[in-house]
Write a protein of this length. Structure first.
Lengths: 110, 113
């Protein structure tokens, strides 16, 4: 089945230790997104790729970076995770307005 | 900065009753609206959408109503089931090419067996 896949589902890292979350899609959608979602809150857009064009939200901290080596894969790099970065990280794809979400990666920072 | 420890609005409904979840959107230019369902530990899942040239759209057990005059959106779930328990988010965007999707704050639906 066509889908959005995120690995790992659960990630534990130490304060300040770089971590990379990955997302892949079989939908062949041209837009990919990374969202951060904290408990009881709506997803917050960090950035998106329109094909290879990277678009950063104005309030996304520099600590968060992203890479999209090809249509299918997108990575979220957190250079120096802080305790406040503990959250669910959601990847999504779209061709038009409807977005398709992956299951998310739950990040714990110790 | 973000608030910590927010409590989602919660709607408790008896199994078999109808549920109505409301949402106010902010951008008058938005012309495409989506309802998402998010179960615990999962990503948001598309339920139903509506464009601004409509005021009502029906799916299987779900109906979305759009009132552009007061910028209000609602999701009605008929004969609510335990599997409907989740957080429901409305989202708004502008159609045509890429446009940012803005999510509402979410409502937690609890179905009482």
């Amino acid at each position: 089945d066509a889908m959005v896949i995120q690995n790992p589902r659960y990630q534990v890292t130490q304060f300040g230790k770089p971590v990379t979350l990955s997302c892949s899609q079989t939908l062949n959608h041209n837009v990919m997104y990374w969202y951060q979602q904290k408990s009881s809150q709506a997803p917050k857009l960090l950035f998106h790729y329109y094909d290879k064009d990277f678009n950063n939200e104005a309030d996304t901290p520099d600590n968060f970076q992203s890479r999209r080596p090809n249509t299918s894969f997108c990575f979220l790099d957190i250079r120096s995770p802080g305790l406040g970065d503990a959250a669910m990280y959601l990847c999504a794809t779209s061709r038009l307005a409807e977005q398709f979400f992956g299951p998310g990666t739950r990040l714990t920072v110790l | 900065g973000e608030s910590v420890g927010l409590h989602l609005p919660t709607l408790s409904v008896q199994e078999g009753d109808n549920s109505i979840i409301n949402c106010a959107y902010s951008n008058s230019a938005s012309d495409y609206f989506i309802w998402y369902k998010q179960e615990s530990g999962k990503g948001p899942q598309f339920i139903i959408d509506i464009r601004s040239n409509m005021d009502k759209r029906q799916g299987q057990r779900v109906t979305v109503l759009l009132n552009k005059t007061v910028k209000h959106l609602s999701l009605q779930i008929a004969a609510t089931q335990p599997g409907d328990s989740a957080v429901y988010f409305c989202a708004e965007t502008i159609s045509g090419g890429y446009q940012k999707v803005t999510f509402g704050t979410g409502t937690k639906l609890q179905v009482i067996p």
